[in-house]
Write a protein that binds this ligand. Structure first.
Ligand SMILES: NC(=O)c1ccc[n+]([C@@H]2O[C@H](COP(=O)([O-])OP(=O)(O)OC[C@H]3O[C@@H](n4cnc5c(N)ncnc54)[C@H](O)[C@@H]3O)[C@@H](O)[C@H]2O)c1
Length: 443
């Protein structure tokens, strides 16, 4: 599908909505103040929008209103400054949406019993519909299967407002590409794919994001934009599964998979570096590809085999980590049962506090079930998913030395890896971050 080159020149038609394009100073509503919505809200205030951050979670709204950020990419200092500007308000009250010019929906899209759960999108859109006025623009950012914007969001907006999409208001989809903890590419510097249900909607959506990010990439319709996001995440998911499966076989073949990956990465074309790990986590990889495979199964009656295989391989990784630990303890004539195991990192990736679907949590559960005394250090993760059964500790030299085994699961910069190396009796390093030593084993 060709990408329209350059910004479109098409504005509203005479029969279409009466206003489009950037309108800084106007009211922007961001529905959902999470990892995606909060950074967007902060950036929008910075460039001149007057922003309402709507969220149904009272606790979150209280924290935001007190200037306390729970998202790494937004510092509390920046949040406070934004609040003080008078151009940002966090609220649970739908009435705060009144008179919005642009609404962006950034609510969760989880799986429920293996199927897409679009209930958050439905509820968020229903709220927006009540305050939708002619000329306004609505953009969906939540990750979802192709067709959601036109088949679900549009009809809800029309039913709730009495207006007609395209004729009375603009509608589009723009996937979020935020990579929590990435210091190089952030919201502003990562190109943003934008789409609209018609030329005027595309112009409005692109006009809005042109005020927010450096580069917008228009595509011809929302389905392409929805697919783009799923393609990106499926690409990662499948390639991670490839190196994970390779890691499972390589040790038995007597090959250092990490060295092979490093060597392959010297090829300047046709290869992209992915590294093995304890599994995939967060809100994206364990979920998004299944939105695509579900849609393919539901609409076409076909299996998206690569996605299902990748799910299978990546879901198995925490078990493989535990199996490696069992073997290592066995070599020392120790049982897992009763052994003291220190997990370093509960988050699913380095330098984030996100432990949703984290493989570390699965590893902890498996070890607890085997009778291990599980302790965990993670300076970023506050939540406890194990009802206190995992003892939360700091990664001090004493703590590391007291463990029969240490597993490095999320390689946060905050961990002193030299200390871990010199204090540990045995480390299973799933991220290949420690220098070699007799006490170090790699995944
Ligand atoms: N986190 C990421 O790295 C990332 C990256 C790209 C895309 N996405 C996608 O963006 C979407 C949001 O993800 P997130 O990580 O920001 O989720 P999140 O859970 O961090 O935040 C979502 C917020 O929406 C709020 N919410 C739920 N229903 C609501 C409603 N009806 N009205 C108002 N607020 C409501 C929740 O209380 C929560 O605070 C998902 O579809 C996700 O797949 C996430």
């Amino acid at each position: 599908m060709p990408i329209i080159s350059g910004p479109t020149s098409s504005g509203p038609t005479s029969s279409g909505p009466t206003s489009s394009g950037p309108h800084r100073g106007g009211k922007l509503v961001v529905v959902g103040q999470g990892y995606v919505g909060l950074p967007l809200a902060m950036r929008a205030v910075e460039v001149g929008w007057s922003v309402v951050g709507l969220d149904t979670d009272e606790h979150r709204v209280k924290r935001l209103s007190a200037g306390e950020s729970y998202v790494e990419d937004v510092s509390s200092a920046d949040l406070l400054a934004t609040l003080e500007s008078g151009n940002y308000q966090a609220s649970t009250d739908p009435a705060a949406c009144a008179d919005f010019y642009v609404a962006v929906i950034t609510v969760p899209t989880p799986l429920h019993e293996g199927a897409p759960d679009l209930s958050f999108i439905e509820k968020g859109t229903t709220t927006v519909a009540r305050y939708l006025r002619p000329g306004a623009t609505v953009v969906l950012e939540s990750t979802t299967y192709p067709g959601t914007t036109e088949e679900l969001v549009g009809p809800i907006l029309e039913a709730g407002s009495g207006l007609t999409a395209g004729a009375d208001f603009h509608l589009g989809y723009s996937p979020e590409r935020i990579d929590p903890g990435n210091a190089t590419y952030g919201l502003v510097t990562t190109p943003k794919v934008v789409s609209g249900i018609d030329a005027a909607s595309l112009a409005a959506v692109q006009g809005f994001y042109d005020t927010i990010v450096e580069t917008t990439v228009p595509v011809s319709n929302p389905k392409v934009a929805e697919m783009t996001k799923l393609l990106e995440n499926t690409f990662r998911h499948v390639n991670i599964a490839l190196v994970n499966e390779l890691a499972m076989f390589a040790a038995d073949l007597g090959v250092d998979v990490w060295e092979a990956i490093d060597a392959a990465s010297t090829k300047p074309f046709g290869f992209m570096r992915f590294t093995p790990g304890p599994g995939v986590g967060g809100h994206c990889l364990p979920i998004d590809p299944s939105y695509l495979s579900w849609r393919v199964r539901r609409l076409l009656g076909q299996q998206f085999r690569l996605i299902e295989l990748a799910n299978d391989v990546n879901d198995h990784m925490p078990d493989f980590v535990v199996q490696r630990l069992v073997l290592a303890l066995n070599r020392k004539q120790r049982a897992v049962n009763g052994s003291r195991v220190l997990l370093l990192g509960l988050a699913y990736k380095a330098n984030t506090s996100d432990s949703r679907h984290s493989p570390s949590v699965v590893v902890a559960e498996r070890l607890l079930a085997l009778g291990a005394q599980v302790r965990a250090a993670d300076p970023h993760v506050v939540e406890d998913y194990t009802d206190g059964r995992v003892v939360r500790v700091k990664a001090t030299a004493e703590e590391v030395a007291a463990a029969d085994a240490v597993i490095l699961l999320a390689d946060h910069d905050a961990f002193d890896l030299d200390l871990v190396w010199s204090s540990a009796r045995y480390v299973l390093d799933t991220r290949h971050r420690l220098r070699p030593g007799p006490q170090v084993e790699y995944l």
